[in-house]
Design a protein around this ligand. Structure first.
Ligand code: DX5
Ligand code: ZN
Length: 217
């Protein structure tokens, strides 16, 4: 099944609760929450208190994308805030697999993400122990960028490797995703689709989710 995960980074921060309601009503199963620390990426977004405040307003699966250095320091905070899935970056610490194991030991789903210049192979040895991998299709840090086409091949490599090894895993893509490239990404093997600008900056975000879902199916 293909899942849409709207990224609230592109939503109206002064009205997050109603923004989130809109996409949930439109059928988005997940909510993508981008946490940035100004060190791992050159931007600061929001942290656990905002996620925890949103938790009361929606039943969507909270897909928390941590773009922070040494994420182990904050895993407990994000679990407490209501994260269902926690994604950490391969490049953000020395031992991403041990952080993923910790996340799983607490009952949440664990994912590891790679930046555009990191090869897909680095994830192969840990695939069996992950619930999801996130292939960044732009350099992390900002919404509204254009998808880097070369990253699509990494989605294909990961899906082929997982299939060959008999591993069932979600593959998420994030950055510059919209109706124009959705089919290429799902065909390559992605099944969790993050979209920020193409949903929240659309004139009708609800319609944007519905169109993406229709195309994905
Ligand atoms: C970028 C974030 C993305 C971002 C995507 O670092 O990880 O989730 O919100 O935004 P769009 O869809 O606008 O590229
Ligand atoms: Zn993200």
């Amino acid at each position: 099944m293909i899942v849409i995960s709207p990224s609230v980074l592109a939503a109206d921060f002064a009205d997050l609760a109603s923004e989130v309601k809109k996409v949930e009503l439109a059928g988005a199963e997940y909510l993508h929450l981008d946490v940035m620390d100004g060190i791992f990426v050159p931007n600061i977004s929001f942290g656990a208190p905002v996620i925890s405040a949103l938790r009361k307003h929606t039943a969507a699966v909270f897909d928390v994308h941590l773009m922070i250095t040494e994420p182990i320091r904050y895993i407990d905070d994000f679990l407490k805030a209501g994260a269902d899935i926690i994604t950490i970056h391969y490049e953000s610490c020395d031992d991403p697999l041990s952080v993923a194991r910790y996340i799983r030991s607490k009952g949440a789903r664990a994912a590891v993400s790679i930046k555009p210049k990191t090869p897909a192979e680095v994830l192969f040895p840990m695939l069996k122990e992950l619930d999801m991998v996130l292939v960044m299709t732009v350099e992390p840090g900002f919404g509204g960028q254009k998808l880097i086409p070369e990253t699509i091949e990494k989605v294909r490599q990961l899906r082929e490797y997982a299939n060959a090894e008999g591993i069932e895993i979600d593959i998420e893509v994030d950055g510059g995703v919209g109706l124009d490239n959705l089919a290429t990404l799902t065909e390559a093997g992605a099944n969790v689709i993050v979209a920020g600008s193409s949903i929240f900056k659309a004139t009708d975000p609800q319609k944007a989710v519905a169109e993406m879902k229709a195309m994905a199916e």
